[in-house]
Design a protein around this ligand. Structure first.
Ligand SMILES: *Cc1c(COP(=O)(O)O)cnc(C)c1O
Length: 244
């Protein structure tokens, strides 16, 4: 059972073994999809999405040499990050949840990359938080390429948001992120739309190198569309524990 996990050394070892097994299966999927798409597996990074799990999931991912960790909720992340023995090698902490304006400054302080920028006022609040923390924050524009996603900018409004971000001194635009639609038959065209917007942006803007596309269910479609960063939760950790 995934849900009732005792906190013990044996449990931690067990979990690390299972994460390593799942990671091997994920890497095999990535290799097959890259072969089909004529891409190199080394151009696709795995980000471990640890929302809903404890800090031991973050630890297991780091122990498996995953260097990108994603969280959706500020408070949950803050509590869990404090319990992690971070390695001396570089790790990037990504915020991938929807951003409440009143938390944006603190999000900018805690994370290395924020993937879900979809409004100019949110970008400004992140910029203020980054300035406060004495850093330049990497950001992605979240695109809405799906009929059932409430977050993200429409492709037609992307250029305007990009221009607003570029005016801010403490944000560095790295690319775009999108969540696939629920209907599996529409995932490939939606991802292709995001891929095209990313390609246009990358051709014009130096430093734009990140296309964050793909979750556990749609790794193959994401790689076909050019994803450079897969955001994977259940494929690495199994089903998330139910909340509450
Ligand atoms: C939860 C989440 C993921 C991971 O989803 P899985 O299906 O568990 O891989 C990826 N991206 C975002 C934005 C998420 O909220």
């Amino acid at each position: 059972m995934e849900r009732i996990e005792r906190v013990s050394d044996a449990g931690a070892r067990d979990r690390a073994d299972r994460v390593a097994d799942r990671l091997a299966a994920v890497r095999a999927r990535i290799e097959r999809a890259c072969a089909q798409a004529g891409r190199r597996p080394s151009d696709v990074t795995i980000l471990a999405v640890t929302k809903g799990f404890g800090s031991e999931a973050i630890q297991a991912a780091l122990d498996a040499s995953i260097a990108d960790i994603g969280e959706n909720y500020f408070q949950e992340a803050q509590a869990k990050f404090a319990g992690v023995a971070w390695p001396s090698s570089p790790v990037r902490r990504h915020f991938i949840g929807s951003i409440q304006r009143n938390k944006a400054r603190r999000i900018a302080g805690l994370f290395d990359m924020v993937q879900t920028v979809d409004r100019a006022d949110i970008a400004e609040a992140l910029d203020a938080g980054a300035e406060n923390a004495g850093k330049v924050l990497d950001v992605l524009v979240q695109l809405n390429v799906s009929a059932d996603d409430r977050n993200g900018v429409k492709p037609s409004e992307c250029a305007q948001l990009v221009a607003a971000i570029e005016r801010l001194k403490h944000l560095r635009l790295r690319g775009v992120m999108a969540v696939g639609p629920l209907d599996p038959s529409t995932v490939a065209p939606a991802f292709a739309d995001a891929g095209k917007i990313f390609d246009d942006l990358a051709a014009r803007k130096p430093g734009v190198d990140t296309l964050s596309l793909g979750m556990s269910e749609d790794i193959e479609e994401a790689i076909a569309a050019g994803s450079t960063l897969l955001r994977l939760g259940t494929a690495l950790f199994g089903p998330r524990p139910v909340k509450g």
